[in-house]
Design a protein around this ligand. Structure first.
Ligand code: FO1
Length: 308
């Protein structure tokens, strides 16, 4: 069994590659829920939905989130009431949020609802939210703490971040099955997601970092930084703003205690020695997932790191 620690778009694309090289039923994805937000009374789980829609081949490949061929009638109609619509929920996407919100209100845990949504989309991959409890990623900018989506979408992650906090993480428990899956996985993959915003919330849950560290020799991380820049989102700027080196070496320093191996792109080959100095074995391979075939090749490289 393969366990993937996942954020949004980068993770979804690697998972789309993984299911081309192993049986989807042998893959468990543990997905960040720190980005979750309640909008218009609806519980939105962006990273879970990005992974679901990508694996269902239904995602909008241009944005990486939301559904392909989406329409926006409800958002346009809401604007009539002066409601803030900076976070756009498409008409078909709304069905997912309506279903999730209704089931949560009926008392179902997020992990059950996530499994139901995954089944509804015909997925065989096991999708687990990192926790059934409420954990909120909060970001301090210009001296004020704001919600994650306020930073990421409303302010287009264009303001410097002073601090990141995962509110509720200390009291939260990993969702049922998460720690067991890590304990028995043949390979643990740290997906090419933002280390500080997408992977860090998982590691902030009690017991989760220990569970990954216990499997260090079976754990492979994929760098989300290529040639000193993030493939998507603000990971590069965040590393700089929060005092880390903005390179694959900075990523290696964050992951050295968790994973034995770091996969980096050929563009960063000259930094392989510095990664080994940081305590990780370094594998150089094409790591930019231009299309599903490239994602499948990268997934195979990752698995070969543990099971050549
Ligand atoms: N990202 C945007 O930049 N603008 C949006 O309006 C937006 C809406 C949205 C709706 C549902 C969903 O699942 C994701 C959505 N995202 C949007 C993406 C998302 O908020 C971020 O990319 C992730 O949270 C970061 O991983």
């Amino acid at each position: 069994m393969i366990v993937a620690l996942a954020g949004g778009v980068g993770a979804a694309r690697l998972l789309r590659g993984l299911v081309r090289v192993v049986a989807p039923a042998d893959v468990t994805a543990v997905v960040n829920t720190g980005d979750d937000v309640v909008l218009h009374g609806l519980h939105v789980s962006p990273d879970l939905d990005t992974v679901t829609y990508t694996l269902a081949e239904a995602v909008n490949d241009e944005t990486g989130w939301g559904l392909a061929g989406e329409t926006w009638t409800v958002m346009d109609a809401l604007e009539r009431f002066g409601v803030e619509t900076w976070f756009r929920l498409g008409d078909r996407d709304l069905a997912t949020h309506l279903y999730r919100t209704t089931r949560l209100a009926a008392g179902a845990p997020l992990s059950s609802v996530t499994a139901e949504i995954a089944r509804g989309w015909g997925l065989e991959v096991r999708l687990l939210p990192m926790t059934d409890d409420r954990v909120e990623t909060r970001v301090t900018v210009e001296g004020t703490e704001i919600g994650f989506q306020d930073y990421f979408v409303r302010r287009r992650h264009s303001v410097a971040v002073e601090r990141i906090r995962f509110a509720g993480a200390e009291q939260a428990r990993p969702a049922p099955g998460v720690v067991d899956a890590l304990g028995t996985a043949d390979v643990v993959v740290v997906c090419p997601s933002n280390p500080l915003l997408s992977i860090a919330p998982l590691l902030a849950l009690p017991g989760l970092r220990d569970a990954v560290e216990a499997r260090r020799s079976h754990t492979v991380a994929v760098s989300p930084i290529v040639g000193g820049v993030a493939l998507k989102g603000p990971a590069d700027r965040l590393l700089t703003e929060l005092g880390h080196e903005t390179s694959v070496v900075g990523v290696a320093r964050l992951y050295a205690s968790l994973a034995a191996t770091l996969v980096i792109d050929e563009a960063d080959a000259r930094l392989a020695g510095a990664i080994e100095d940081a305590g990780m074995r370094c594998v150089v391979a094409p790591a930019v997932m231009h299309d599903p075939a490239a994602a499948a090749a990268l997934a195979k490289t990752v698995l070969d790191c543990v099971t050549p």
